[in-house]
Ligand binder design. Structure first.
Ligand code: SAH
Length: 228
């Protein structure tokens, strides 16, 4: 899979993809993330990509021209399955969306800044709008990094044990069970006996029960939600 990210701050996105799982995904050729500076398509030599908003009011808006030129240039090289705009008024990111997007080949993600991007770009180029939650950040870079991380770890072969993503929270509308590692007794806090029993069937049953219990206590809404 290839993910292109269009941003005014590519530096902000260098680190998230240069370590750990996403770095490995890149090295294995499973996920390529390319950063593009929108300033390359600026309207003048000052690197301008934003302007005052019509109707007045504080805050700049990202202009049509650089965005349209950039999107057209990138779309000229290959066909994107989705052109995604990160925005607080988009559909809220969840595991179902991450699963869907992990099956795509080519994605383009647009990071907004300031007051956001000119509405006409949203109408004419964007195919999907995604929010990472009901709060407002100053730019779309961190949201884009979150989206790419959520997608990237689902691509088969990216995690060492391919099945491990399947047991994470939300994959089957359930939260993950509690996990423990050595030592078996820390201070006088013991690991549940069943995990030390060596009986995989019992362990599976216990984990499933714990998942159900945790979900019903913490996120009962997930148990009613068939949509994931
Ligand atoms: N005025 C806009 C917010 C702009 S915030 C509004 O009220 O809706 C600037 C940029 O940060 C946005 O264009 C978007 O790309 C990004 N952003 C901020 N919060 C976000 C969120 N919760 N999810 C996804 N992107 C977000």
């Amino acid at each position: 899979m290839t993910i292109e990210i269009l941003t005014v701050l590519p530096e902000l996105l260098e680190s998230p993809f240069a370590h750990s799982i996403l770095k490995r995904a890149n090295e294995k050729g499973l996920l390529q993330v390319r950063l593009h500076s929108l300033r390359k398509w600026a309207v003048n030599d000052y690197g301008q990509v934003d302007d005052y908003q019509y109707g007045g009011g504080a805050g700049m808006v990202m202009m049509c021209e650089p965005l349209a030129s950039a999107i057209e240039a990138l779309a000229g090289e290959k066909k994107f399955d989705e052109v995604i705009y990160m925005t607080p008024d988009g559909e809220r990111l969840n595991q179902r969306i991450a699963n869907q997007l992990s099956l795509k080949e080519n994605l383009l993600i647009i990071c907004g800044h300031y007051k956001g991007i000119d509405e006409r770009i949203r109408e004419h180029y964007i195919t999907r709008e995604i929010s990472i939650g009901d709060y407002v950040l100053s730019g779309g870079e961190l949201p884009a990094a979150i989206l790419v991380d959520a997608i990237g770890r689902l691509i088969p072969g990216v995690l060492n044990d391919e099945t491990s993503a399947l047991f994470d929270s939300f994959q089957d509308n359930l939260l993950a069970p509690p996990v423990y590692t050595r030592p078996a007794i820390f201070r006088d806090w013991k690991v549940p006996d069943i995990l030390l029993s060596g009986d995989p069937k019992k362990v599976d049953e216990w984990r499933h029960e714990q998942s159900l219990f945790r979900t019903s206590r913490r996120r009962p809404d997930l148990l009613d939600d068939e949509g994931l």
